[in-house]
Write a new protein. Structure first.
Length: 462
């Protein structure tokens, strides 16, 4: 920390450096100098080589100066004017410095908002609730979670492994769980539901960091494969968003998964990931399109896969070329979906959104990531492809619905919610003679979950 005399001397030096810089550049330098926490955050977020050398922060896009020279522990050294060479330093280009400043300021704003919404005394309670309601996460919940991510990344990263293992085990023995009485497996079914949706949240939130993806492990396709093979549209779209967000580090694995797909689920996982990557990262688009449009005789696809791929590749190509139309189609479908749901639920939501056009864009788009339809059904493919186009331009907040909406939409978990996941994962639907320990209530009877609503508009609405 600088004392008053040091700050005065440095301030005087920066003012004298004004003749070496333009006004905007000096203002940028002063912003970094007068906010030590901002400068520390920028240096912490930057990728720097090992060593004790000083850092030269570029202040102009031409990268020919001025430069703000600092130590690695964020102490001011000097300011170099235009045309001066920062020898003996590690230079950070002005574009990178500006991007890092935006990231640090954005994180600072998130932390302030998170502290407002969830005071420190309630943070533990908030997190415990969060892990229990993954399928019903609100936009505000996610904003708080992202604000805490710098201190929670390890917690989430460690949690993914057990979640994945448990879900794979449950899905791998779907027939067994679908034929067991509810009372014998209720806790396992609830844990599976929490783990499945916990993965969808962890995958998007960790992808938001944009820096360290070590949590993906040696098989970076495993998490989106879990979500796609589970068959739930919303979970699949969140996985595709995260893959698109990460981009290039995952491209080799997804190209390999595309070429070597042995089942429709593997193929869809690769397609959705590649499509979202292509739309989010223009530099990757030509390479991905070449892969998708190429004839595939050299692949190890099973019989019939090439026939499925050929028309779908044409659809994807047209959708990429006319992406504005795809986003519009996605919006219209989302508005229709939300309006129908609100009409079924009735009450406040039905009054708020009496017709599709009354549904706001943010809610219409985000509703796609909450849909429980089976993404493997061919009828949904055009919508899923259009969703990938929208996902490429979406922020993390856009994937979740606001609390004002979810308060009227959320229903308490019931075993049927987990059975739906298992059925969608199991090809051919549930086995005959499924055992149930509880009688299914009538559509107009009070829902047994205790919500006070009729069964048909509560747990029975699916």
């Amino acid at each position: 920390m600088l004392d008053a005399d040091q700050r005065l001397r440095h301030q005087h030096f920066l003012e004298r450096a004004a003749e070496r810089t333009d006004g905007a550049e000096l203002e940028f330098a002063l912003q970094l100098y007068e906010d030590p926490a901002l400068l520390t955050g920028v240096l912490a977020a930057a990728t720097l080589p090992p060593g004790d050398g000083r850092i030269a922060l570029g202040l102009d896009l031409q990268n020919d100066g001025p430069w703000l020279v600092v130590t690695r522990d964020a102490q001011f050294v000097t300011c170099l004017g235009r045309g001066m060479v920062p020898t003996g330093t590690h230079p950070l280009p002005a574009t990178q410095v500006a991007s890092l400043v935006v990231r640090v300021l954005k994180q600072r704003h998130r932390e302030a908002v998170a502290e407002q919404r969830v005071p420190q005394s309630r943070q533990t309670q908030f997190l415990q609730r969060l892990f229990k309601r993954g399928a019903d996460m609100t936009r505000e919940d996610v904003q708080v979670l992202v604000a805490w991510l710098p201190v929670m990344a390890d917690t989430y990263g460690c949690q993914i492994g057990p979640w994945l293992e448990f879900c794979f085990e449950m899905f791998g023995t779907a027939d067994v769980w679908l034929t067991m009485p509810v009372k014998r497996c209720e806790k396992s079914l609830e844990a599976m539901h929490e783990s499945f949706w916990g993965c969808t949240i962890a995958y998007t939130v960790l992808a938001e960091t944009g820096k360290d993806h070590g949590w993906l492990g040696n098989k970076p396709v495993s998490i989106p494969y879990l979500l796609t093979s589970g068959g739930v549209m919303g979970a699949t779209l969140r996985a595709a968003w995260a893959v698109g967000r990460i981009g290039k580090p995952l491209l080799p694995a997804f190209k390999q998964a595309f070429r070597e797909a042995q089942a429709f689920e593997d193929y869809l996982t690769a397609v959705y990931g590649l499509l979202t990557m292509a739309m989010r990262h223009r530099s990757l688009r030509a390479e991905i399109l070449k892969l998708i449009l190429a004839k595939q005789p050299e692949t190890k696809w099973p019989d019939g896969m090439a026939e499925i791929h050929a028309p779908l590749a044409e659809v994807m190509t047209r959708t990429i070329e006319h992406h504005e139309g795809a986003v519009k189609f996605h919006l219209e479908m989302g508005r229709t979906h939300v309006h129908r749901l609100c009409a079924i639920l009735g009450g406040e939501l039905a009054k708020r959104y009496p017709d599709p056009d009354s549904v706001p864009e943010s809610i219409a788009h985000a509703s796609a990531t909450m849909m429980n339809g089976d993404c493997k059904q061919s009828d949904y493919l055009p919508f899923m492809i259009a969703s990938c186009i929208w996902l490429a331009q979406a922020d993390l907040d856009d994937l979740y619905l606001p609390k004002s909406f979810m308060d009227h939409w959320v229903v308490p978990w019931r075993p049927d919610h987990s059975y739906a996941l298992l059925r969608q994962h199991r090809p051919g639907g549930p086995p005959q003679g499924t055992v149930r320990a509880e009688a299914k209530p009538g559509r107009n009877e009070r829902c047994p979950c205790g919500s006070g609503r009729k069964y048909k508009v509560c747990c029975g609405r699916g």
